[in-house]
Design a protein around this ligand. Structure first.
Ligand SMILES: Nc1ncnc2c1ncn2[C@@H]1O[C@H](COP(=O)(O)OP(=O)(O)OP(=O)(O)O)[C@@H](O)[C@H]1O
Ligand SMILES: [Mg+2]
Length: 229
């Protein structure tokens, strides 16, 4: 079993969108997937799975939630799953920290938006990660920043500035940048309401193909990282 924890203390960076889509691509690949929704306010991932369960043609994703301490204690009980995806809510709280601690069994993904506010806010998540690394024994060494909701207009100066800013944070906190990027695309919003990942949605809506390609590239990169020793 490998864990993929999706964490950012800042709200709205695309954590739930990315978590449910990773789960959907893995399920499509025939993998047994458990999705933990650790957001105590909005249960976005749980709602997604509830809608999804209504369409029996879609490969199953198990969804649930646990108290943070139970998640950390019991994560090994989910060894019968191929992958456990954890969607942490916003804020530096027990849920987010539990997701960071569980990433010891896989990797941590920090979705960020290419903006100055998000770059400043990333310090908060990265400091939380550093704090967890200092307090707990474990190999929290697969930590990655992922560009999320990136505008498709590549000529924007903000993209270059954000990239530089996040790269310098990566050096400071010894985390890496994912090569894959998730763009801002309508299909990510539309597909959720149908309980589908964008790759599933693209089968009936060809306009979702670019979003599907973003997601498939991301999952390929994740699988490569998780296979590294
Ligand atoms: N790549 C994307 N393209 C288009 N819309 C997106 C994308 N990612 C997220 N969104 C939209 O942005 C909003 C916030 O996304 P999401 O709920 O996934 O973020 P979050 O980090 O989980 O938020 P929270 O911190 O509140 O849990 C949602 O309306 C979602 O549909
Ligand atoms: Mg969310």
């Amino acid at each position: 079993m490998k864990v993929i924890s999706v964490v950012n203390t800042k709200g709205g960076t695309g954590k739930s969108t990315i978590a449910v889509n990773i789960a959907a691509v893995l399920a499509e690949k025939g993998k047994k997937v458990m999705l933990f929704d650790m957001d105590e306010k909005q249960k976005s991932s749980m709602d997604f799975c509830r809608i999804r369960a209504g369409d029996k043609t879609l490969p199953k994703i198990m969804a649930g939630t646990l108290l943070p301490e139970l998640l950390v204690e019991d994560i090994r009980d989910y060894d019968n799953f191929d992958y456990v995806v954890i969607d942490a809510g916003a804020g530096d709280n027990g849920q987010a920290r539990a997701a960071v601690l569980c990433s010891e069994h896989g990797m941590l993904l920090i979705p960020v938006q290419p903006s100055t506010f998000d770059s400043w806010a990333a310090e908060d998540t990265l400091s939380m990660l550093r704090d967890c690394q200092r307090r707990f024994i474990g190999s929290f060494d697969k930590n990655y920043i992922l560009m999320s909701r990136q505008p498709t207009n590549r000529n924007m100066n903000i993209l270059k500035d954000a990239d530089e800013s996040f790269r310098s944070k990566c050096e400071k906190y010894h985390v890496r940048m994912m090569e894959s990027v998730i763009h801002e695309r309508t299909a990510f919003r539309e597909s959720v309401g149908e309980g589908m990942g964008v790759s599933e949605y693209a089968k009936k809506k060809p306009s979702a193909k670019k979003a599907a390609a973003d997601m498939e590239n991301l999952v390929e990169e994740i699988l490569g990282i998780l296979e590294e020793e």
